[in-house]
Design a protein around this ligand. Structure first.
Ligand code: HEC
Ligand code: HEC
Length: 364
């Protein structure tokens, strides 16, 4: 290579370096929540299906059993229940703003842009709702109100269809988003939207606490996998029903040597990359006021415990460093998370379930 070419190459690299340097200089930050986009008529029908226990195999539970609006669209328990005779091995996450994330599930195993697929899994998996799409379709067809709503929401003359039910519930969950949150007003320029203490907490969040390096963007998630070292929840192994569901999940995911696993390996079960053992997808940190207990296994009952955990630099094998926050900084951070990042309760009208009324012969 001629010297002048090398010089030009070096120049080009320097420019590239400057460009990257500039991109890095723009520190990540929280962003206002975008307006939710969804099909209104379908979301309205989806609201009925979300609360309807007939969407589960033995009509014992609905989506709302584990994602209850009165409990922050979660269930208030450290670990989720399951379909009768099974229990789940992780916490039931809130669905508030879930469809604004780029990954679904604690281990990030599903693409966040596809609400229909997520609903399909929730409904058909044996340990959640154990429901068959064709059975759902025939049940819906024997409820005249549903058939009528379907015609408006989907297409005139169209008959209820099992696969479409998933997408219709998906439209409803897209409508479940934060309301009237101080941080959104603040980020849009209303300096009075946060109290002095919440503002101080926001400074800790972005500064000494470095929370913003992972919790950024509109929902407060970078959409990536990280290891924070949350301690295992012993109940997962002490309760055979939970251990069974966990091993079944590992086995279905094709995780090598899964019978020897005695911990929640997180994203590793999906990626099979050893570096992902114990990693989880960064969750949203909006509306935390309503969604305790926290973390993939509900190990922290309060935000004080969460903040102390981060202050220690997380748990075993964590990628975090100790923060050494002063008591006042911890308090401010908590106020910011509770008051600044949480909005009004996200409520919807709980529909009155229309009854079965068998269709006239020949009209199916
Ligand atoms: C038996 C309890 C249970 C039922 C019933 C249930 N879910 Fe879930 N849901 C969970 C659990 C637990 C997870 C997290 C699973 C994981 O990460 O391994 C979850 C995850 C989700 C997520 C992803 C949230 C996120 O931030 O990644 C959404 C959205 C969701 N469920 C919606 C629904 C809908 C819609 C229904 C009804 C069709 C439903 N769920 C029924 C327990 C339940
Ligand atoms: C290295 C990335 C990273 C950093 C830095 C980080 N977090 Fe997290 N955060 C995560 C991940 C990943 C989880 C989920 C961990 C799990 O469930 O095991 C999480 C979970 C949480 C939760 C629980 C949310 C829920 O719904 O259960 C809260 C609250 C939280 N973080 C607050 C903070 C605060 C406050 C800071 C700063 C002091 C912070 N995080 C710094 C990655 C990070």
């Amino acid at each position: 290579m001629k010297p002048c070419t090398i010089a030009r190459l070096a120049g080009a690299l320097a420019v590239a370096g400057l460009v990257t340097g500039h991109a890095l200089a723009q520190a990540p930050d929280l962003q206002p929540l975008p307006e939710p986009k969804f099909n209104k008529a379908q979301a309205e029908l989806g609201r009925y299906f979300f609360f309807d226990v007939r969407m589960s195999g033995d009509a014992a539970l609905s989506c709302a059993t584990c994602h209850d609006p009165a409990k922050g669209w979660s269930d208030g328990q450290p670990l989720a229940k399951g379909y009768p005779a099974s229990e789940y091995f992780r916490n039931s996450p809130t669905i508030i703003n879930a469809t604004l994330k780029n990954r679904f599930m604690w281990d990030g195993r599903l693409d966040g842009s596809d609400a229909g697929t997520l609903v399909r899994d929730m409904m058909t998996e044996a340990h959640t709702m154990n429901m068959d799409a064709r059975l759902a379709q025939e049940r819906v067809k024997q409820v005249p109100e549903y058939v009528a709503m379907w015609q408006t929401a989907v297409k005139k003359g169209d008959d209820p269809n099992g696969m479409r039910i998933f997408n219709i519930i998906g439209e409803f969950i897209k409508s479940v988003t934060s309301r009237n949150v101080p941080i959104d007003k603040f980020l849009k320029g209303d300096a009075t939207a946060l109290s002095a203490e919440a503002k101080a907490g926001y400074d800790v969040f972005k500064g000494k606490g470095n929370c913003v390096s992972c919790h950024n963007g509109p929902v407060g998630s970078d959409g990536k996998l990280h290891k924070t070292g949350v301690p295992e929840n012993p109940e997962v192994w002490n309760d055979p029903l939970r251990a069974i569901t966990m091993l079944r999940h590992y086995s279905t995911s094709g995780m090598p040597n899964y019978m020897n696993a005695r911990t929640d390996v997180g994203s590793y079960a999906i990626t099979k990359d050893k570096r992902d053992i114990g990693k989880f997808a960064t969750p949203s940190i909006r509306d935390l006021k309503y969604t305790a207990p926290y973390m993939h296994n509900g190990m922290f009952a309060t935000l004080d415990q969460v903040i102390d955990f981060y202050d220690r630099g997380g748990g075993a094998g964590s990628e975090l460093k100790p923060l050494n926050l002063a008591a006042a900084e911890k308090q401010a951070l908590k106020t910011f998370l509770l008051d600044g990042m949480s909005g009004d309760p996200v409520t919807v009208e709980i529909p009155k379930m229309p009854a079965y009324q068998v269709r006239a012969f020949g009209k199916n």
